[in-house]
Design a protein around this ligand. Structure first.
Ligand SMILES: Cc1cc2nc3c(=O)[nH]c(=O)nc-3n(C[C@H](O)[C@H](O)[C@H](O)COP(=O)(O)O)c2cc1C
Length: 324
């Protein structure tokens, strides 16, 4: 058993969290992760309306009696979704764990406090983590440069960012970005992390509701299989390297590109088709550098059990044996 302040805080067996994933974090995956003793997290905005989110929470509850959470990602968009209504759907459904991301959780903290919701805020810098701590979050996920999705603009990998955050904060910190297996999990614990949050690794599991082609492609990937796009727009996103993301990077390399120039290539609906139909070159899809470490497509239970038992072996075996 690996016990930390985060396993205690969320009432979970293992210090392992599945981060919110747009178009991936459905009830099947989330319940499988929670049933495996880790923390599954639904993605609020994957559901078209707050009412659909309430139904998805109910569906998850039918499949697990273990704790699970909901991710609320707040991003600047031209037509913002009704974030407040999604937050109301979360508290109204009795969910007690929320992962916030994208911007400060401050506007929602009063509501979450009123309903006794524990907030774990995901951010990519120590300064944002300190700010989130000051508005009352229970824990921080610190997302290193390796991560899938939005690594921020500071480019600090988990090896440095996680201990910096763990030393600066009083609330427990989960390492995120680049974690995929027992080796990296033990490293996270050594660096001061009290859990790991994984996205990419959980995509390549049996229960992830994405096309088999995507999962198989991930098992063939290496450490050069991601692209960083939107660098020139200061809104960096790490995505899988394919012909579409290559094209976006090339257009950006002119130095004068605007969002309009790549808008059609990066449309979210095109990426959704990749996940649903398995056409790997249809659009952009998120993946972290840890995709290099994905070698198989196990069930969540197999993956989490293996992670924890191998982590214990490393702690009791290899680490002990290097002590002179
Ligand atoms: C397909 C995919 C979709 C994601 N969507 C979201 C999202 O909507 N909101 C969010 O906060 N993080 C999102 N993430 C990021 C993950 O929650 C997590 O922070 C990240 O994957 C960690 O890095 P890793 O991929 O190296 O494990 C997504 C990740 C992936 C792979």
């Amino acid at each position: 058993m690996l016990k930390t302040r985060i396993t205690e805080l969320f009432g979970i067996e293992h210090p392992v969290i599945q981060g919110g994933m747009q178009w991936v974090g459905y009830a099947e995956l989330v319940s499988a992760v929670s049933n495996a003793g880790a923390l599954g997290i639904l993605t609020a905005l994957t559901q078209p309306t707050p009412e659909d989110l309430a139904k998805e929470i109910e569906r998850t509850r039918e499949m697990t009696d273990k704790p699970f959470g909901v991710n609320l990602t707040v991003l600047p968009t031209i037509n913002p979704p009704p974030y407040e209504e999604y937050a109301q759907a979360i508290v109204g459904s009795g969910v007690k764990i929320v992962e916030t991301a994208g911007r400060s959780p401050e506007p929602f903290m009063e509501l979450f406090k009123e309903y006794d919701v524990k907030v774990i805020h995901k951010c990519t810098s120590v300064r944002h983590a300190l700010k989130a701590q000051s508005v009352g979050v229970s824990a921080i996920t610190i997302d290193g440069f390796e991560c899938a999705g939005h690594p921020g603009e500071d480019d600090i990998p988990s090896l440095v960012l996680l201990p910096q955050a763990a030393e600066a904060l009083d609330v427990p910190v989960a390492g995120c970005g680049g974690f995929s297996d027992a080796k990296s999990m033990v490293a996270a614990l050594a660096l001061g992390g009290e859990a790991i949050v994984m996205g990419t690794r959980f995509m390549a599991t049996q229960e992830a509701g994405i096309h088999q082609n995507v999962k198989e492609k991930m098992t063939e990937a290496d450490e050069l299989s991601t692209n960083l796009m939107f660098r020139t727009m200061h809104n960096t996103a790490r995505v899988f390297k394919n012909s579409v993301s290559d094209q976006v990077v090339e257009i950006e390399s002119t130095g004068t590109a605007t969002f309009e120039d790549v808008k059609d290539l990066v449309a979210g609906q095109r990426g959704r088709v990749v996940f649903e139909e398995g056409d790997l070159e249809h659009g952009i899809w998120s993946a972290g550098i840890s995709v290099a470490r994905v070698k198989d497509v196990p069930t969540c239970k197999e993956m989490v059990s293996r992670l924890v038992s191998e982590a214990e072996e490393i702690i009791d075996g290899r680490l002990q044996s290097v002590k002179a």
